[in-house]
Design a protein around this ligand. Structure first.
Ligand code: MN
Ligand code: MN
Length: 463
């Protein structure tokens, strides 16, 4: 019996809750695995064999996860149906040696992760999330800035009264990337009267005041039991503080950090959890991967072997014959909806879209046959046969959806994981939620589009 799908209002509430928790790829991973286990999915290492109906997941380095409901047809013969999204989002990362002081303040030195407009990150409350790993392998998880009693972090900007020189510079030049550093500590210890003149310039009115770097390092030691050097082996991320909110009097939009691409990843996760109530013909699966925003690099990005290895692990548990050819065939026989967001038409910027091929809010997830630049560079360009299959599935389930491309030629462009997945011979079509101001610290999605994205992935995984 098919489970009844939840309503748009229920779905929006669940998604907003998830988005508020999943501020980083690690937190997305942890919350997704929690939801999978709650739904009866188990880690692949606990399965010796896999049979139809089994619910299994495989995670990697706490940042990338693939989950499947095993189908009646063996993976080696029928391949998989995949909904593949990513859970990393543009942000600022702390540099390996982040602590420095300047003019009386102590800062965290930051490095840009992903494509941002620098000015959007100035003068707004920011939170700090991540993990610090000590030499002995023990770790400290950090989450500061989202509880009402927490402090926040901030990048300051010059006041307009003194911003005349800045105002003459262009968007990329007026705020250097190297100045995107957050205030970490602003306390000041009164200089010791006896040591006067030795290690402070308190008596020299012309000297800039010194920040209390030492006190901050002491604070880290006391509070987190970490040495300053431990920050070299850390993954600390600066993200916008605050929870997702409804926009406008009618509350039909959701503003929040990291819709790209948690909106599609979560829709896939929910669709798979739903699909688990019946045994599919072809194995239904989802990917929630990392590092998409920096080119899908690294061991948890989709240019790695994680997906192939996971498919090989599935096949290894279905057949005694472990020849590599089974994995290759399975990959080639698979298909995927590349679950990533696209640009929604913004009435204030009508010129960047080609009329008739733009994605609009409230018209459902947008399928994109290709992404890439002006000349389709970097695009996998889906074949018309698979587009027709998807059209049939969507229309049969009365999913509200649209066909669009990401902007006009010669205006820019973008890519997804589609290109890296299609190299296995898989059929891959991009299909995801349109966003206003994608990659901004606060992105906007329509509730109905979020809901229809979930319905689209559900329809595909159940087809
Ligand atoms: Mn994306
Ligand atoms: Mn993106």
């Amino acid at each position: 019996m098919k489970k009844k799908q939840i309503s748009e209002a229920e779905y929006s509430a669940e998604y907003m809750r998830y988005l508020g928790i999943a501020k980083t790829e690690r937190r997305s991973y942890a919350e997704s695995v929690r939801l999978l286990e709650e739904g009866g999915f188990r880690d692949i290492s606990s399965f010796k064999t896999l049979k139809a109906g089994d619910k299994v997941y495989r995670g990697y380095e706490g940042r990338t996860v693939m989950a499947c409901v095993i189908g009646r047809k063996p993976v080696a013969e029928a391949g998989l149906k995949v909904v593949g999204g990513h859970t990393d989002a543009p942000r600022l990362d702390l540099k390996p040696r982040p602590v420095y002081e300047k003019g009386g303040l102590v800062y965290f030195d930051c490095h840009i992760y992903g494509g941002i407009k620098k000015y959007q990150w100035l003068v707004r409350p920011l939170a700090l999330y991540g993990t610090i790993v000590r030499k002995d392998g023990t770790r400290v998880d950090v989450a500061i800035g989202d509880k009402p009693s927490d402090p926040v972090f901030l990048i300051s900007d010059i006041l307009p009264h003194l911003g005349y020189d800045q105002a003459k510079k262009n968007r990329d030049e007026f705020f250097p990337a190297e100045d995107l550093d957050v205030i970490a500590w602003a306390g000041y210890t009164k200089p010791d009267a006896k040591k006067k003149g030795k290690d402070d310039d308190a008596d020299d009115p012309a000297a800039a005041p010194k920040g209390d770097r030492r006190a901050f390092v002491e604070f880290l030691k006391k509070t987190y039991k970490v040495e300053e050097e431990d920050l070299m082996s850390a993954e600390l991320e600066i993200v916008p503080a605050g929870m997702p909110r409804e926009v406008g009097f009618d509350r039909s939009l959701i503003a929040g950090y990291g819709h790209d691409d948690r909106v599609c990843s979560f829709a896939g996760l929910k669709a798979l959890l739903d699909a688990a109530d019946e045994v599919p013909d072809v194995t239904a699966s989802i990917l929630m991967c990392d590092k998409e925003e920096i080119g899908s690099m690294g061991s948890t990005g989709m240019q790695s072997s994680f997906f192939e290895n996971t498919v090989a692990e599935l096949i290894d548990r279905q057949t005694k014959d472990a020849r590599d050819i089974h994995t290759r065939r399975a990959l080639e026989r698979s298909s995927m909806l590349s679950a990533d967001v696209t640009a929604a038409y913004d009435p204030h910027f009508p010129d960047v879209n080609s009329t008739g091929n733009a994605a609009y809010l409230h018209r459902g997830p947008a399928a994109s046959k290709y992404t890439g630049g002006t000349s389709k560079s970097g695009s996998s360009d889906c074949g018309p046969e698979f587009v027709a299959e998807i059209r049939k599935i969507m229309d049969a389930e009365k999913v509200v959806w649209q066909m669009a491309e990401l902007g006009k030629m010669e205006k820019g462009g973008g890519g997804t994981i589609a290109q890296y997945m299609s190299r296995f011979g898989m059929k891959v079509l991009d299909m995801g939620t349109p966003l206003l101001n994608m990659h901004a610290p606060c992105e906007v999605a329509s509730k109905s589009d979020c809901y229809q994205t979930y319905r689209a992935y559900s329809a595909y995984l159940r087809s």
